[in-house]
Write a protein that binds this ligand. Structure first.
Ligand SMILES: Nc1ncnc2c1ncn2[C@@H]1O[C@H](COP(=O)(O)OP(=O)(O)OP(=O)(O)O)[C@@H](O)[C@H]1O
Ligand SMILES: [Mg+2]
Length: 227
């Protein structure tokens, strides 16, 4: 689904990656950990084409992505949850924000209304349709951001710290949701317990290198939950 081939990225003096190779396949449930500032968010933004690599290649769904036009399909089918919900939400109301993506895909209004209602309900946000987005609490904003991603029914999700600032029952709801069959995702998180319950493989980003973390599998996913 996603392949980085010798990808390189630096900001001024700061080298984030050099010759980074990474391959993500259908059905993968992957965690990405690393220190603050190690480049995790940058890696997601490279995959989405929001930043350009200085070296190497990015392939998504088997297609080499270089120009802005190449990333159009990526942005329709890869769901990025931004680390900061204020980067994700830009409409006056919750319903408009969640409907924005599906409407852009050309889905009929009635179907979009049903998607909005169902997605909000799945996240425990029933009745939030007319709430004013910028007045939501931090946790509510993160959940609505997740709703905007799920509403697109992406082939794969890139979730940048999905549970930061969420209370325990809400985190639990997200764990349950992620454990449903057929999903593919990458999760950046500093919460090892959350990762142990939602991912099968974890990678560590440090000094520009992406390496697999060898840990015994957590109380994780049964074979039936794999795609
Ligand atoms: N547009 C930019 N211009 C210059 N430097 C940047 C830019 N974006 C990110 N950086 C720097 O690159 C480094 C990596 O940032 P990034 O946000 O990818 O880290 P991260 O691993 O996601 O950290 P955190 O765990 O704190 O979210 C940081 O030192 C950051 O200051
Ligand atoms: Mg980050």
């Amino acid at each position: 689904m996603i392949q980085l081939i010798s990808a390189g990225k630096r900001f001024g003096e700061k080298l984030l990656f050099e010759g980074a190779d990474w391959q993500i396949n259908t059905g993968d449930r992957i965690g990405l950990v690393g220190a603050n500032g190690s480049g995790k968010t940058t890696l997601f933004h490279l995959i989405m084409g929001l930043l350009q690599p200085e070296a190497g290649e990015i392939e998504v769904f088997g297609r080499r992505c270089r120009a802005e036009a190449d990333f159009r399909l990526v942005r329709e089918q890869v769901g990025l949850l931004f680390q900061d919900p204020d980067d994700q939400l830009f409409c006056p109301t919750v319903a408009e924000d969640v409907a924005f993506g599906p409407l852009n895909l050309g889905l009929p209004r009635a179907e979009v209304r049903a998607i909005v209602r169902d997605t909000l309900e799945r996240l425990g946000l029933a009745g939030f349709e007319e709430r004013v987005t910028f007045k939501l609490s931090g946790g509510e904003k993160r959940l609505v951001s997740l709703a905007t991603v799920l509403a697109m029914r992406p082939r794969i999700m890139l979730l940048d710290e999905p549970t930061a600032g969420l209370d325990e029952p809400t985190t639990e709801r997200i764990v349950e949701l992620l454990r449903s069959p057929g999903l593919s995702y990458l999760i950046i998180s500093h919460d090892r317990d959350f990762l142990a319950r939602t991912v099968e493989t974890t990678y560590h980003l440090e000094k520009g290198l992406i390496s697999r973390v060898e840990t015994p599998p957590g109380p994780c996913l049964s074979a039936g939950q794999k795609a």
